[in-house]
Design a protein around this ligand. Structure first.
Ligand SMILES: Cc1cc2nc3c(=O)[nH]c(=O)nc-3n(C[C@H](O)[C@H](O)[C@H](O)COP(=O)(O)OP(=O)(O)OC[C@H]3O[C@@H](n4cnc5c(N)ncnc54)[C@H](O)[C@@H]3O)c2cc1C
Length: 301
């Protein structure tokens, strides 16, 4: 049986892994990818030691650091269920099953889905959830950004410099994100803002060819080749039910990264700790690993 399983290899999980490795714990880190949301960031200006670094390069530095400790990384594996059985945890993935005395959940956040026809069908066929990652693929094309908050505004700002035309489809009466960015978008000649409008379907054959938008009684077809879904993030905590979560579905932790389940720790954006930032997630990952180490030390004979 393992001492520890870390779920997620974003800043929180990678930092937890570095601490666990330095404590010589017997552990694995399981993750769908390496880097998490940090890889989506075009530029990070608030990680101590770097005045500016593209997110993807910061991830490469994290990974390089982690790999100096020969960390057992199980990449490309997805956790389906986490259960407590007597005094141990069972983690079931899409590949196998693991058992450990402690678990750190560092699974971060994932993009909220639209839930309209065509969304699943055209995912990665013109429909994407990351403007920073995929924006450059739509040079001189027409695109739609769905949302009206900060992520949507940020995506539209990036895309208006790359794409030919940007439609911003906002369900609310006004844009709710940063007013300075909203002003820039309103003044841009290639941006059209549709307030009080909802996307009802994504259309096309092999690839996205347009979207259907409803505004009051009017239904409009907008011919676009790209759709950027930017309607917020939700905690990736669906694989664990028996733990205390807040109204947003975030796992509740105390200042030692402990959940209400003995031996179960959580760190980073998946928790109710405020300030969803890389440096905060990394710090919380460090704390969680030290708490898990302490737990194993006092519970083993
Ligand atoms: C576009 C964008 C730009 C940003 N820019 C900045 C910035 O400039 N500065 C800043 O400080 N912060 C920024 N942030 C926020 C920052 O990226 C996050 O706060 C940080 O990445 C959280 O780290 P985390 O490790 O908690 O989670 P995440 O980064 O979300 O990582 C979670 C990891 O868990 C894995 N995972 C999830 N579910 C499962 C599962 N079931 N099984 C296996 N693995 C799983 C994922 O694959 C991922 O590797 C930005 C976020 C976004 C979206």
């Amino acid at each position: 049986m393992l001492d520890l399983i870390i779920i997620g290899a974003g800043p929180a999980g990678i930092t937890a892994a570095i601490y666990a490795a330095r404590k010589k714990m017997n552990f694995v880190i399981i993750s769908r990818d390496v880097g998490g949301q940090t890889a989506w960031s075009g530029g990070v200006e608030n990680y101590t030691g770097y005045q500016f670094i593209p997110g993807i390069e910061l991830v490469a530095k994290f990974e390089e650091h982690m790999k100096t400790f020969a960390v057992p990384l199980h990449e490309g594996e997805s956790v389906q269920e986490l259960m407590r059985q007597r005094d141990m945890f069972v983690v079931r993935t899409d590949k196998t099953e693991y058992q450990a005395r402690t678990v750190i959940v560092a699974s971060g956040k994932q993009s909220r889905e639209l839930g309209v026809p065509g969304e699943k069908e055209f995912r990665n066929k013109g429909l994407t959830y990351c403007a920073t990652c995929d924006g450059p693929l739509f040079a001189n094309k027409d695109v739609a950004v769905i949302g009206g908050g900060n992520s949507a505004l940020d995506a539209a700002l990036q895309l208006m410099r790359i794409a030919r035309r940007v439609y911003l489809i906002n369900i609310a009466a006004e844009l709710t994100g940063d007013s300075a960015i909203a002003e820039k978008l309103k003044n841009a000649s290639n941006v059209a803002i549709y307030n009080n409008a909802r996307i009802t379907s994504v259309n096309g054959a092999q690839m996205v060819a347009g979207i259907t938008v409803q505004k009051a009684a009017l239904v409009d077809f907008l011919p676009v080749q790209g759709v950027f879904v930017e309607i917020g993030l939700i905690p990736s905590a669906e694989f664990i039910r028996d733990v205390r979560k807040n109204e947003y579905g975030e796992i509740m932790v105390n200042c030692k990264s402990e959940t209400d389940v003995p031996g179960l720790f959580a760190a980073g954006d998946v928790t109710d700790v405020p300030a969803k930032q890389i440096i905060v997630a990394a710090g919380e990952g460090a704390k969680a690993a030290l708490s898990a180490f302490h737990y194993v030390a006092i519970h083993s004979f």
